[in-house]
Design a protein around this ligand. Structure first.
Ligand SMILES: NC(=O)c1ccc[n+]([C@@H]2O[C@H](COP(=O)([O-])OP(=O)(O)OC[C@H]3O[C@@H](n4cnc5c(N)ncnc54)[C@H](OP(=O)(O)O)[C@@H]3O)[C@@H](O)[C@H]2O)c1
Length: 261
């Protein structure tokens, strides 16, 4: 089995690459940092005797996306994991609009584009799995991370609809909604400083390895949704059952605690 993972140079994507290799799957790793990708691919191919290749690509750049699409249309990818993403933080009017649009390009546009190539290629063989990494943030409007939350709401909604459309085929679409996971994610934006006085208790945090293992278990069981961890499952269930007026107030309070508004 061959698995293509975007955003494989750190965090959840790197852990997914490690878990895939441990399970003896061939891997195609995509991200911008060539040195990190080379290091991971080298280590994993030697250690687990698998084929590991890299595609260096900035998924907000159309020419680079074409490189990844070209790799997908070789028609040997069994699992496509759309994991690359980032999240900006702060009051919308104070953020850099170019960065916000970049976030939409990566979290939404690239994911849709690669899903399209993946589905087309998998339909030819009538087998495959698309895994889209969304977030617990997709369950509620995210005050202080308005664009990020909205991109992830798109990913969750898109994935559910796609799964139903492909219901009669051999292709599964699974969406993953992680909660707080210790990765580079928080260093890439204002989130880290903002979370110095974090309102999130320790038990809510997971490692990227824990999340990756749960994702593979979800792939094996052909799940529709994976919400990693009990605390996150509970939060998702509460957020889904409360009226929007209440979840809006809750996330506004949390944003205040994180000094994001
Ligand atoms: N950490 C959390 O608490 C959390 C919670 C819920 C959901 N998530 C989601 O999980 C996914 C992975 O995030 P993470 O937590 O593992 O964060 P991370 O450690 O920052 O990893 C992000 C990955 O995306 C890649 N990436 C970023 N911009 C890119 C671009 N323009 N083109 C190609 N690749 C790009 C990065 O590699 P390069 O810099 O080398 O390109 C990196 O490999 C994201 O979709 C995130 O929204 C994370």
């Amino acid at each position: 089995m061959a698995i293509l993972i975007t955003g494989a140079s750190s965090g959840i994507g790197e852990s997914l690459a490690r878990e895939a290799a441990r399970r003896k799957h061939d891997i195609v790793l995509v991200a911008r940092r060539k040195d990190k990708l080379e290091e991971i691919a080298d280590e994993l191919s030697k250690r687990f005797n698998i084929h590991a290749e890299i595609v260096v690509a900035d998924l907000t750049d159309q020419n680079d996306i074409k490189k990844v699409e070209k790799r997908i249309t070789k028609n040997d990818i069994d699992v496509l994991i759309n994991n690359a993403g980032f999240g900006s933080a702060g009051p919308f009017a104070e953020l850099n609009i170019e960065n916000e649009l970049n976030e939409i390009d990566l979290n939404v546009r690239a994911l849709v584009q690669l899903s399209y190539s993946g589905v087309k290629s998998m339909l030819e063989r009538d087998i495959g799995t698309i895994v889209n990494i969304s977030s617990l943030a997709s369950y509620m409007p995210m005050t202080g991370n308005a664009v990020y939350g909205a991109t992830k709401a798109f990913v969750t909604s898109f994935s559910h609809a796609l799964r139903e459309e492909l219901g009669e085929t051999g292709i599964n679409v699974m969406v993953v909604c992680p909660g707080m996971t210790s990765t580079e994610f928080f260093e890439r934006s204002k989130w880290k400083d903002a979370t110095k006085k974090s309102p999130y208790p320790n038990f809510m945090w997971q490692t990227s390895q824990q999340v990756a293992e749960l994702i593979f278990s979800g792939i094996d069981k052909q799940r529709t949704v994976v919400v990693p961890g009990l605390a996150n499952k509970f939060a998702a269930a509460i957020a889904s059952s409360l009226p929007g007026s209440v979840t809006r107030k809750i996330t506004a309070l949390v944003a205040k605690g994180r000094r994001l508004r």
